[in-house]
Write a protein that binds this ligand. Structure first.
Ligand code: A3P
Length: 303
């Protein structure tokens, strides 16, 4: 793979995306050893698009018969969503581990930040379902900048300004980037009937959460019954997985780290449009221009 220097660290390009060596190694390990099951559910996203929220929601929806959303011993009340739905390339397959996933009951839930093309053939060609969470590029960028400056690789990012990140997003060279290529590819795949890819948007989840969670359940083949709708199951799941609830749980405030990150770091502010408090008009204009160039004509727009 080709190589680029990113703030003194090596980034490698593989199948159209950039990775630190440890992540690339995990991906190669996954591609070699993972065996998909038709019932698998894969949650895909670019970091900071609402992955934690999606993990919690899918876990709660899929397991609602086993764990009612108002159960006092619900796993989401005592464990972090990242432990309940683990990342393929940042957790399961790191350091040449070969996790035994055969024992896991169906449906198995996994998460990934990999682009569509990098999901293993056996997974891509199987009828297993992929849910993609998309968030507008400006909120993703601002969320990522806070996360990088305060949490992950913070020494590396100590002199890295928001403007630097805007420029890197425009160049497309950064870990797991380019964001726009990833979003566009999942968007296109979601339009092809033969591929079970559900394209969800963070902004729509904020705006009409009930509608979106029902859509999610329909896609996953576990639609809410009339009785469940009447008895408020959808609302209870949303409450359980809400920012306010999850971010205030002891397990997410002080719990042990997941993939080297303290769980509280996945909850910052939530919501739509925080970019307006951070990006200058010039930064926003540059991003709009790039998005227009990349996504124009695809039918995909950021709100
Ligand atoms: P902000 O930094 O804009 O607040 P990811 O889970 O992909 O790392 O994304 C993290 C972003 O999702 C953060 O955005 C975080 O606050 C927000 N988030 C986390 N849990 C959420 C929830 N339950 N509902 C809505 N947003 C949530």
């Amino acid at each position: 793979p080709s190589e680029k220097d990113f703030m003194g660290k090596n980034l490698y390009s593989y199948q159209g995306s950039w990775y630190y060596p440890s992540t690339l190694q995990a991906i190669l390990n996954f591609q070699k050893h993972f065996r998909a099951r038709d019932s698998d559910i894969i949650l895909a996203s670019f970091p900071k698009s609402g992955t934690t929220w999606l993990k919690a929601l899918v876990f709660a929806v899929v397991h609602r018969n086993k764990y009612a959303p108002n159960l006092v011993s619900h796993p989401l009340l005592s464990d972090n969503p990242h432990n309940l739905v683990r990342f393929i390339e940042l957790d399961l397959y790191v350091k040449n581990q070969r996790p035994d996933l055969e024992e896991l009951p169906s449906p198995r839930l996994f998460a990934t930040h990999m682009p569509f093309q990098t999901l293993h053939d056996s997974l891509r060609d199987s009828p297993c379902k992929v849910v993609y969470m998309c968030r507008n590029i400006k909120d993703v960028l601002v969320s990522r900048w806070h996360f990088r400056s305060n949490v992950v690789r913070k020494e590396l990012y100590s002199n890295y300004s928001l403007e630097d990140m805007v420029d890197d997003f425009i160049k497309g060279v950064y870990s797991l980037g380019p964001f726009d290529d990833q979003v566009l590819r999942y968007w296109k795949e979601s339009l092809v009937n033969s591929n079970p890819v559900l394209f969800m948007r963070y902004e729509e989840m904020i705006e009409k959460p009930e509608v979106q969670v029902m859509r999610l359940a329909d896609f996953l083949g576990c639609s809410f019954t009339e009785e469940e709708k009447q008895s408020g199951t959808v609302e209870k799941i949303l409450e359980l997985c809400s920012f306010g609830n999850l971010s205030n749980l002891e397990t997410n405030k002080t719990g042990t780290s997941v993939c080297g990150v303290a769980p509280h770091a996945f909850f910052r502010r939530g919501g739509v449009g925080d970019w307006k408090n951070h990006l200058t008009d010039e930064m926003a204009r540059k991003l709009d221009e790039m998005v227009e160039k990349k996504l124009g004509g695809s039918g995909l727009k950021f709100e």
